[in-house]
Design a protein around this ligand. Structure first.
Ligand code: 8HG
Length: 293
């Protein structure tokens, strides 16, 4: 457990003495698209149909707009608070190469996000940049999600498969999804009809989960790894995008290694913790704009 307990305050709950929890590291490390930094440093996000605000105060974390029951039933796992990240980092820090990335992103935690939202979001992520991905997801949510007011502002939940099934291909295109629109349309339909069951896929072991997700159009190995890592708790996943490729080349491998070889090397090296290693590497490489000669 990475926290001591919780207390209540009038607007939500306070998680006491939290370890390994930095807002910027968690929300900017590439795993989520619906959390935004506010001018006061807090983050506001929409997840599982709720608007939630998070603030860090010394070693306490305040979560606005949730109650104790919701924390215990749900948000505690969403923030992966039962996991001991110190133990993971201690192991990684034995590797002098990984140590630099771990120290840099020391407050990263992998959020346990919603499988449908992440499937659609990471289909949108292919060949795309994070600000554009965020914009497209926001457009879809505005058009097909549910409106919720928080502190006088309007927020939108991520649409359900039933909500999105109503959207035509033109509607989806108008949300700036480009060539990914037809992949989203097709995946939504197959999930909506039950032909593809994400909960069943989530219940399978890592390799089957990876293969099953790839059966959807628009999902290759990298997108499949992101979905299983960020919403299905499959921690042997090692998504290799351009940043992780550069980081692996920079730290471990020759420059001409192929993506599947990088993935295999990392899964062999980090085993069931590959996904955590990947996140420290992705955040380090992207924030420091590392380049390979
Ligand atoms: O957390 C991520 N890890 C990896 N390996 N790739 C990611 C993450 N988040 C994210 O958006 N991507 C992909 O990287 C999507 C997009 O193709 C690119 C943006 O830098």
């Amino acid at each position: 457990m990475d926290y001591k307990g919780i207390e209540l305050f009038n607007e939500g709950i306070i998680i006491k003495s939290v370890e390994n929890f930095e807002l910027d590291h968690i929300f900017e490390c590439g795993q989520c698209f619906r959390w935004n930094k506010q001018t006061n440093g807090n983050y506001i996000g929409v997840a599982y149909g709720k608007v939630v605000e998070v603030e860090k105060k010394d070693t306490d974390v305040k979560i606005y707009n949730i109650n104790e029951e919701e924390f215990n039933d749900f948000w505690c796992d969403y923030f992966d608070l039962k996991r001991n990240y110190t133990a993971i980092k201690d192991e990684f820090q034995k590797d002098p190469l990984l140590k630099r990335s771990v120290n840099f992103g020391h407050g990263i935690r992998l959020l346990q996000q919603e499988p449908f939202e992440l499937t659609i979001s990471f289909i949108i992520s292919s060949n795309n940049r994070i600000p554009m991905i965020k914009r497209a997801i926001n457009n879809l949510s505005k058009k097909w999600g549910k409106e919720i007011e928080y502190k006088g502002e309007m927020y939108y939940t991520f649409p359900t498969a039933a909500d999105l099934e109503k959207a035509s291909i033109e509607d989806i295109q108008s949300c700036s999804l480009g060539f990914r629109s037809r992949y989203v349309k097709d995946s939504v339909h197959r999930i909506y009809t039950g032909e593809v069951n994400l909960e069943f896929i989530k219940s399978q072991d890592d390799d089957i989960c990876h293969e099953e997700l790839k059966k959807l159009n628009g999902i290759g190995p990298k997108v499949s790894d992101c979905i299983m890592l960020f919403s299905m708790q499959k921690y042997s996943a090692f998504p290799v995008d351009v940043w992780v490729k550069r980081a692996m080349q920079f730290f471990y491998l020759a420059p001409d290694v192929s993506l599947p070889k990088i993935r295999a090397f990392a899964r062999d090296k980090f085993e069931n913790f590959a996904g955590f290693a990947q996140q420290y590497l992705f955040y380090y490489a992207r924030e420091n704009n590392i380049k390979i000669e």
